[in-house]
Design a protein around this ligand. Sequence first.
Ligand code: DX5
Ligand code: ZN
Length: 217
Amino acid sequence: DRTIKIAPSILSADFANFGQEIQAIEAQGADWVHVDVMDGHFVPNLTFGPPAVKAFRPHVKTIMDVHLMITPVDPYIQAYADAGADILTAHVEAGPHTHRTLQAIRAAGMKAGVALNPGTPAETVEQLLDLTDLVCVMTVNPGFGGQKFIDMTNKIRRLRQMIGDRPVHIEIDGGVDPKTAPLVAAAGADVLVAGSAVFKGGSVENPSIYGENIRAV
Ligand code: DX5
Ligand code: ZN
C-alpha cells in the first residue's frame, strides 16, 4: 500500500555521484527526492547549497523536496527557486519570522514547508497552517544521517488534529526504518524521509537493493 510517500534523503548517497544516485532511487520507486541543506551554523554539519541543488534538478523526475537546515533563510529563497526546488522547507527555529518566510517561499512559486526540531512543540506552527503545504516533524536532532529515532508520535497526532481537512502533508525525518515507519504512519504521517534505511547495502551498480529497502519501509 503506497498512500505513504517515501522520500529518500541523498545525504546518505555517494556524494561523488549524485546524478546517478537520484536516477537509481527514482527507478527503484522513490516518490520524492529529499535534499538536506546544512550550513554548519544552524546545524553542526555542512552539505551543499544552491549551485549543487541546481545540478541535481535535471536528474529529478519526481518532486525535489529541499530541507533547509540553515539560518537565515530569507536571503536564499530566490536562489532555491531558481535552482528548481519544488518544496522548500524552513525550520520554525531558524528565525523569528517564519510567517514571512513561508509567504516568501510561496510567492517565489514553491510549496512551503515548515520543520520542527524534536524539542519544539506542535503549537509553534498552529498559526502557520494556512501558509504551509507540509509540516516536517524531525525525529532526530538534525545534522546527521543514521541517528536513532526519537518517538514523536504524540506530536504527529496533535498536528494531524490541528491540520484538520487542510491539504497539508506531515513528513517525518530521521531514523525512519521498517520498525519505526508503521508507528509514524499510524499517527498520521504521510511522507517518510529515509536516508540510511534506503541507501544501506546498495549502490548505483547494485540499485535493486534500494528498491528492496524502499519497499521494506
Ligand atoms: C537529518 C536529515 C535527514 C537525514 C535522515 O538532519 O534532515 O534527512 O538524512 O537520515 P536517516 O534516515 O539516516 O536518519
Ligand atoms: Zn531532512
